[in-house]
Design a protein. Sequence first.
Length: 444
Amino acid sequence: MLCGLRGRRPASHERTNRRDPETRSNPPTVSALSHRARKILFALVAEHIATGLPVGSRTLSRRYMHDLSPATIRNVLADLEDAGYLAQPHTSAGRVPTPRALRVFVEAMTEYQPVPLDTQARIRGRLAEIYADAARAGGDSREPTGRLLSELAGVAAVVSAPPAEVRKLALLRFIPLSLDAGGGARPRRLLAVLVFADGSVENRYLDAEGALGEHELERLHNLLADVVEGRTLPALRELFARRLDDQRLELDALRRRAFELGRRALADVARSGDDVVVTGQALLMDLPEYAADAERLRQLVRALEDRANMLVLLDETMRAGGSARSQGRGAAASLEGAEGHTARVGASQPEADGAAAHATDHAGPPAAREGAAATPSEVTVYIGAETGELSRADLSLVAAPYGDSESGTGTIGVIGPTRMDYARVVPLVGATARAITAARRGGK
C-alpha cells in the first residue's frame, strides 16, 4: 500500500501494486487476525521498535501479557510467521516483524504522540530564521531544514524543493565565467543565477555566444528585472518567445540579447536527484543494525546515494498529499482487505474493525499512549518494497508535502530503519511540514 496514513485513492492503487507484489497478491488486513493474535503481533512490533532485536515468547509474556504462557504465545507466533507477518532470523532466536506486519501496525494506529509545545516552538522559530535568511541572502534552505528535522527525529532527513516550474522567479542574473585565451574581455561561459520568490536558488551554465561587457551586463539585468519578478518559468518562456518572434516589435540589440539569454536560461530542466538533499546519514550508520554488519552498511550507503529513487517517492507524496488535503480527509487511517473494500479506523468504528486499536491499547505499543495527538492525515509512510531501493537496507520513509499552490509544493521526510518509532516520527514530520509552509509565507 502506498498511502500509509491517508484514505487510499483508487488512482494510486495501480502504482502501489507495481511497487509491492506481496501487497498486491495478499494485502495486509488486520481483521483476518483474532483478537489474541493482534495483541501478540502489536506487542512484538512495539518491542522490536524499542530494541531492534528479535523478540521471543518469554519477553512478550513477561512484559506484555502476564495472563498468557510462553507456550501459548509461541503457538500464536508460529501461526503469524506462517501468515507472513513474522520472520525468524535464526532457529534459536526470537522473531522480527516483516514489512507486512509493520504496515498493519502503522495502519492500525488511531492516535500518535503529540509534538511537545516547546519542540513545536523551536521548529517554527528555527524555520522562520532559515527561510528569512534564504530570502535575504539567496541561499538554499533545504540543508539547514533537513538538519533540524534530522536532529529532532534521530535519523536521516530528506528534503525536495518544489518543482521549478511552479515557483515564481524574483531575480535573474548572469555572471561571466571563463575568458577567451590570451586575456581577452569576451566571456566564453555564463552562469545564470535564478533566485525564486521562496528564497531558493538554481544555477545553470550557458555559452556566452558573443561579447558582453560589464556595462552591457548591468543594462541587461535592468531590462530583465522589469519582466521576471513574480512570474513562473513557463510564463516567462512564453513571454520571451512571444517578444522575440513578434516582428512588429522593434527590439534593439541589447533587448533582443536579454530576451534570448533569458529564454535559454529558463529552458526546461527535468527533475533529477540533484533536487533532493539528504542530511543526517551518520545517524543511521551509527545504529547497531548497520554499524555491526558491514554488508548492511554497504547497502545503506548505496540506498542513500540513490537520490533519483527518493525523488520519485517524494514527488508521489507531494501529488497525493495535496489531493488528500483538498478532499478534506480526516485523521483516520485505512485498511484495505482482499475484497477491495476499505475499513476505516477512526474515533468510532464497529467492534470487529476496532479490535486492532483495542488490542494495541492492551499490548502497550507507543501508538496508544494517553494524550496522543490525532494522526496527521497529510503524512505518508513507505515500508518495505514500497520504498524501492531503500528496501535493500531495510529502510522506511515518512514524508509530508509542504507549501501551497501559490509558492509551489515540496516534500520533507525522514529515512530510518523499518523499526523506527512511527508514533513519534509521523507527527514530527507533519509538524515540520506545516511550519515550513508558514515560514515560506513569512509566518502568516
